[in-house]
Design a protein around this ligand. Sequence first.
Ligand SMILES: [Zn+2]
Length: 99
Amino acid sequence: MANICNLCGLPDELCICQEIAKEQQKAIIRTDRRRYGKMVTIIEGIDDTAIDINKLAKILKSRCASGGTVKGRTIELQGDHKKRASKVLEQNGYTVEVR
Ligand SMILES: [Zn+2]
């Protein structure tokens, strides 16, 4: 049984909700220095609920070979992965703004 998208009502293989959502989203990537000088890469601005943020975090973690967490609609990766994360997001169809 194919999954049916609850936004457009089409089966997953025909649904382009995620694609449309991606084009309309601007992923903002920035780094932040945490306590003890630890760097984290923060990906935010992906607030469309059509996008599976956990799935995206999984892709980013494996491509950046890094640990990370999802907090609400924000992805945090351990370490400075600005360059790689922006490339991965672009390859996945997102508009990216690096700050
Ligand atoms: Zn859909």
